[in-house]
Structures are given as structure tokens and as C-alpha cells.
Design a protein around this ligand. Structure first.
Ligand SMILES: Nc1nc2c(ncn2[C@@H]2O[C@H](COP(=O)(O)OP(=O)(O)O)[C@@H](O)[C@H]2O)c(=O)[nH]1
Ligand SMILES: [Mg+2]
Length: 85
């Protein structure tokens, strides 16, 4: 579904602007659901989801959805949800 949505159209437009693949960085505080969002987009467990508030994603990792889209999972911004009160 998402993987085939106007893929050739978007691919052609990305080539016109000279940015192909398009890099999309998923960012946010630790535990905000970045890895979960990636798993949802890919409809399989590509990224390890954290348990509780401990940071799970420690490195910058890329996942290619197709040859035009590359998504990047990032470590949290350090302001974990445990720091909120
Ligand atoms: N209730 C709820 N929990 C979520 C949601 N998305 C992620 N989580 C939970 O939040 C925790 C951290 O998720 P994770 O994807 O590892 O966050 P990340 O640190 O931003 O990558 C995990 O226990 C997930 O199951 C959501 O939409 N709703
Ligand atoms: Mg993560």
C-alpha cells in the first residue's frame, strides 16, 4: 500500500530535484515511539523498540523503504520521558 503509492511519480520528481534517495530522519525524545513508527511503516520489526524509558536505539541506522526513500532511526535527544515531571 504505502510502498507502492505513486512510487514512480515521486521517484521521477526526486530525480528532477536531484535528491534521490530522499533521506527522512525520525527524531524525538527517548521513548516517543520513533522505532515503533518505523516498524509500523515497514510493517515488520526492523528497529528494536525500547522497553520502559531506557534508551534502546544507540546508533544512527538507515532503512530503505524503496530505492527513493531512506528512513533514519536516531537515538533520542537525551531529554527522556523519565526527565519530565
Ligand atoms: N501507548 C503507546 N505506546 C507506544 C506508542 N508508540 C510507542 N510506544 C511504546 O513506547 C516505548 C518506546 O518506543 P520506541 O519506539 O522504542 O521509542 P523511541 O525511543 O522513540 O525509538 C515502547 O514501549 C513502545 O511500545 C504509541 O503510539 N502508544
Ligand atoms: Mg528507538
Amino acid at each position: 500500500m504505502f510502498k507502492t503509492y505513486r512510487t514512480s511519480d515521486l521517484d521521477r520528481k526526486l530525480n528532477i530535484i536531484g535528491i534521490n534517495p530522499l533521506d527522512i530522519m525520525v527524531t524525538g525524545v527517548t521513548g516517543s515511539g520513533k522505532s515503533t513508527t518505523l516498524n509500523s511503516i515497514f510493517q515488520k520489526e526492523v528497529a528494536t523498540v525500547g522497553k520502559g524509558v531506557d534508551p534502546e536505539t544507540m546508533t544512527l541506522t538507515s532503512y530503505s523503504l524503496n530505492h527513493s526513500f531512506r528512513l533514519w532511526d536516531t537515538p533520542g535527544l537525551g531529554d527522556g520521558i523519565e526527565a519530565r515531571s
